[in-house]
Ligand binder design. Structure first.
Ligand SMILES: Cc1ncc(COP(=O)(O)O)c(C=O)c1O
Length: 462
């Protein structure tokens, strides 16, 4: 079979057999699929050899870029020893070393590591842990059964995680299946649901949160929050102080704080974990995505000695945390994560990241020239550009116009892979992207937004 035939076959079989996530397949099968075959550094190549900048770190995971030699080698070395052994009652060196490392780099007090494979499962574990912690607490038996979660939140797609989600488009249909959390306003300053403006609002959303906590403290096990940025909702950046005040309230009302760092952890916000910006230690912290540098599925749910100890008891007391997946703490994935963290330290990735954060900030300023840009939100090295029909009224584009999708398809023609969240264009390249590629990424995004929203002529940019 020659290469053209092989490619056509792959395209046909993709349309025929693969059901793609978060994808309207009726539209998908009408188009020629983009099939990625190779990656290196900041770039991806499709099966025809076309080259693209990876503007979203392959869904927010490749911390140091594709094909990082040190991570390749760590996995290869582990392959010579063992690919999988269970953590259910046994252990292995990579899981032990990684747990020790994670304890040393997370906010002080998070001393225990529970592994799983995705952000969703890390959240699922946190919810169950928090619930069971109170259930086994002699002072509060069977009382604290509820969760507080934020509007616009996204914590993953498994049923528990969907239950504490707040994006109607993704979550509403599953309503009858879900836990029923107490929903509070999210600190979404561009479209505040309390109709206030920051900073004159004096964080009215926190005042509301306090009222809810005071009323429901007796029945609330935990509050779950994405620290600093509600990423999947379109990079909604919290105002300074919101996270710290939330922590204080959780402590005051004896409600556990679960910090979902799946999107914002691993350096994304400029510090290893977003909680560090406001000197916050949650009771439970979840991480995933970039943990293995974009190599293998691995996540971790970390907690304090106090919570861990509530699960200790005689065998027949059944205080055990009865949870664990077949591939929990897979040795290949743990080895990849260790190599990923080693690169952070060896290369001083976080110290250097400031330059890229500034370049991105500077590059985004020019987008204000485009009249359909309603808001630009950036925290560290993650950004969202919200496109609107009318900047003054903030009226969105009609959904059927698919503005966000058109922009990313335009960017694709120009050699850049992006993925929008509705009409918010997300920019999240890997942390070490070079200045030339970063400029090119910003320029292509600008030209694509302009082309789609202002009907300007296509201009070749590369
Ligand atoms: C904050 C947050 N939590 C959880 C998840 C779910 O992670 P996964 O897709 O690995 O299950 C995501 C995914 O985007 C996320 O952004």
């Amino acid at each position: 079979m020659d290469i053209e035939d092989r490619n056509r076959q792959l395209e046909n079989d993709d349309r025929k057999y693969v059901w793609h996530p978060f994808t309207q397949m009726k539209d998908y099968v009408r188009e020629k699929p983009l099939i990625i075959e190779r990656g290196e550094g900041s770039f991806l190549w499709d099966i025809y050899g076309n080259k693209y900048i990876d503007g979203i770190s392959s869904l927010w995971v490749t911390t140091h870029g594709h094909c990082k030699r040190e991570i390749d080698e760590a996995i290869a070395e582990q392959l010579t020893k063992i690919s999988h052994t269970t953590l259910l009652g046994l252990s292995h060196p990579p899981a032990i070393k990684l747990a020790q490392k994670l304890v040393s780099i997370t906010p002080q007090g998070l001393n225990k590591v529970f592994y799983s494979e995705s952000g969703s499962t890390a959240v699922e574990i946190a919810l169950k842990m928090a619930f069971q912690y109170w259930h086994q607490n002699p002072d509060e038996p069977d009382e604290k059964n509820k969760f507080i979660s934020l509007r616009n939140a996204y914590h993953g797609d498994t049923i528990g995680a969907v239950g504490v989600g707040g994006i109607d488009l993704f979550h509403k249909v599953y309503g009858p299946l879900l836990v029923d959390p107490i929903k509070v306003s999210s600190p979404h300053c561009y479209r505040c649901d309390l109709e206030k403006s920051y900073p004159s609002c004096n964080l009215e959303c926190i005042t509301q949160l306090e009222k809810i906590m005071r009323t429901h403290q007796h029945e609330t096990a935990a509050l779950i929050i994405e620290p600093l940025v509600q990423a999947a909702a379109g990079m909604l950046v919290s105002p300074p102080g919101f996270l710290k005040r939330t922590r204080e309230l959780c402590t005051r009302y004896d409600i556990l704080m679960l910090a979902d760092e799946v999107a914002v952890g691993m350096g994304r916000t400029g510090k290893m974990f977003a909680c560090e910006h406001e000197d916050v230690t949650p009771d439970i912290l979840m991480m995933g995505k970039g943990l293995t540098g974009g190599y293998l599925p691995l996540s971790a749910t970390m907690t304090t000695d106090k919570i861990y100890e509530a699960f200790l008891g005689k065998y027949e007391d059944f205080k055990t945390f009865f949870h664990g997946h077949t591939y929990t703490g897979n040795p290949l994935a743990c080895s990849a994560a260790l190599a990923n963290l080693y690169i952070f330290e060896r290369d001083g990735t976080l110290a250097k990241l400031g330059e890229n954060i500034t370049l991105l900030k500077e590059g985004l300023k020019r987008f204000w020239d485009l009249r359909h840009v309603g808001d630009i939100r950036q925290k560290g090295f993650m950004a969202g550009i919200e496109l609107v029909l009318d900047r003054d009224s903030k009226a969105p584009f009609p959904t059927g116009r698919k503005t966000g999708i058109k922009v990313i398809m335009e960017a694709r023609k120009r050699g850049l892979i992006l993925r929008p969240l509705g009409d918010v264009i997300i920019l999240m390249p890997h942390l070490n992207i070079g200045p030339r590629e970063l400029h090119e990424l910003i320029n292509i995004t600008y030209d694509s937004v302009k082309h789609v929203t202002e009907g300007t002529a296509f201009r070749e940019t590369r």
